[in-house]
Design a protein around this ligand. Structure first.
Ligand SMILES: [Zn+2]
Length: 200
C-alpha cells in the first residue's frame, strides 16, 4: 500500500487531543476526507472564529468573547462569594448547582514558592486585587489532595486570611483528586453546602 503522508500527518494532529487514541484519530481522519470542500471550509472557519473571538476574562480567567465574562459583568451575581477552580471549563459543573450564585476565579497552576513564574501565572495577585475591588468575603477551594495543591492552598489561604476573607473547602464527600467531571450536580451541591472553613 502506498504511503499516505498527508493522512498520517492529519492523524498525528488529531491524536494531540486528550482522550483521542490512534484508532479514533484514524476514524475521524477518514470522516474528514469524506467531507465536501464546503464542509471543510466551514469547519476550518469555525475553528479560526473561535480562536479569534474567545479569550480569558482578564478579571477571573474564565473563557469569554467579551471584554469581561458574563459572570464578572453581572450585577445579579453575589460577588462576595468566590469559587476557586483550576480550569475555566470547570465553571460548567458549578453553574448546574442552582443554589450557587457567586463568582469564580481560575488558579492556573500550582504555586511553587521557589519559582517566581508560578506566582505570576497562578492568578493569585489578580485574586487579591479582586478581594479589595469586589469586596470578596469568602473563597471556596474546590481542589486539593496532592502535595503541590495543598502547598498552593496553604499559600493562597494565608494571603486571604490576612485580608480577613473566610476560606473554606468543599466537603470531603469528593474523593481527593477525583475529577469534578464525574460528579453529578446533586453531589456537587451537597459538597458546596457542606463546605468547611479552613482554620487560621
Ligand atoms: Zn470574569
Amino acid at each position: 500500500m502506498n504511503e499516505l503522508k498527508s493522512f498520517e500527518k492529519l492523524k498525528d494532529c488529531l491524536e494531540r487531543f486528550p482522550s483521542i487514541g490512534a484508532k479514533s484519530a484514524e476514524r475521524i481522519a477518514y470522516n474528514l476526507l469524506e467531507m465536501s470542500d464546503e464542509e471543510v471550509e466551514e469547519f476550518l472557519a469555525s475553528i479560526k472564529e473561535a480562536k479569534n473571538k474567545i479569550h480569558h476574562c482578564p478579571n477571573c480567567g474564565l473563557l469569554t468573547e467579551d471584554s469581561l465574562c458574563n459572570v464578572c459583568s453581572s450585577s445579579l451575581r453575589n460577588h462576595s462569594l468566590c469559587i476557586l477552580i483550576r480550569d475555566s471549563k470547570e465553571i460548567d459543573f458549578f453553574e448546574k448547582v442552582e443554589t450557587f450564585n457567586g463568582v469564580y476565579h481560575v488558579i492556573n497552576c500550582n504555586i511553587n514558592p521557589t519559582k517566581q513564574e508560578t506566582w505570576e501565572k497562578s492568578g493569585l495577585n489578580k485574586l487579591l486585587e479582586r478581594v479589595e475591588k469586589e469586596n470578596i468575603k469568602e473563597v471556596i477551594f474546590t481542589f486539593g489532595g496532592t502535595i503541590e495543591e495543598e502547598i498552593t492552598i496553604s499559600i493562597i489561604k494565608n494571603f486571604l486570611q490576612k485580608k480577613n476573607v473566610k476560606v473554606s473547602r468543599i466537603a470531603s464527600g469528593i474523593p481527593h483528586g477525583q475529577s469534578l467531571e464525574y460528579l453529578d450536580s446533586v453531589t456537587l451541591k451537597n459538597a458546596l453546602e457542606g463546605r468547611t472553613e479552613i482554620n487560621k
